[in-house]
Design a protein around this ligand. Structure first.
Ligand SMILES: C[S@@+](CC[C@H](N)C(=O)[O-])C[C@H]1O[C@@H](n2cnc3c(N)ncnc32)[C@H](O)[C@@H]1O
Length: 209
């Protein structure tokens, strides 16, 4: 039996859908290791294998997120998780991150992700639940990468979907500036290894720690 979960599924259990091993493996290959999974359960850690993790009881939203972070956030109330990850990354505590979300490109929270390289999965991912088994969400997924190793992200995730960089995103803007500065107005498609994700210390806005 295939269970489809999403906004209308059982609110008591809809957060407990875990990442399949091949994606956790690709994340570890990209980042070298996973220092922190800030939204998880003991059970999910058999697959994610993070050095440190926070469960519901710890409340990951109230903690600092150091190092290389894997985040497959609770599907309910996703916005604070996205904003917290972006804050932690630009502040510099999170040095590299991979974020797995439903590809709800129309959502407000998704608009914050266009500034990062994204992998749009080819099909729907089969997540798993310790009691219900395998299941699929109502949509395909998107995986956002934050960090300097865009080529490695592309190498390890392109087999699962299309790697995209937003045309009007910061990465492409920085390429345009470079090209125009040399008197070359022709815009070529962005090549991941030419650009480094700009990282600056920013004030953390609106999230309590
Ligand atoms: C979609 S699952 C992902 C689990 C795991 N990170 C993975 O990738 O397989 C989200 C997890 O976040 C947990 N969670 C919910 N609220 C949380 C909170 N405030 N702090 C930490 N974890 C939380 C849920 O119990 C659930 O296990």
């Amino acid at each position: 039996m295939t269970i489809i979960f999403g906004p209308l599924s059982d609110p008591l259990t809809s957060n407990e859908w875990y990442t399949p091993a091949y994606l956790a493996h690709a994340a570890r290959r990209t980042m070298g290791e996973i220092d922190l999974d800030p939204a998880t359960s003991e059970f999910a850690q058999k697959t994610i294998k993070a050095k440190q993790f926070f469960t519901k009881e710890d409340n990951g939203l109230n903690r600092f997120w150091h190092g290389k972070v894997w985040l497959n956030p609770p599907y309910r109330e996703i916005t604070p998780w996205i904003m917290k990850l972006i804050d932690e990354y630009f502040y510099g505590r999170t040095t590299e991150a991979i974020l797995l979300v439903n590809a709800y490109t129309e959502s407000r929270w998704f608009q914050h992700l266009w500034q990062f390289p994204l992998c749009f999965t080819r099909g729907r991912i089969n997540f798993y639940n310790p009691t219900k088994g395998q299941s699929g969400p109502c949509s395909s997924s998107a995986i956002a990468y934050m960090g300097p190793n865009i080529d490695r992200f592309a190498d390890h995730f392109r087999r699962y979907g299309r790697i995209m960089v937003s045309y009007d995103g910061e990465l492409v803007q920085s390429m345009k500036t470079k090209l125009n500065g040399k008197g070359n107005s022709r815009i070529t498609p962005p090549k991941a290894n030419l650009v480094v994700q700009p990282r600056s210390k920013k004030r953390v806005i609106g999230m309590g720690h």
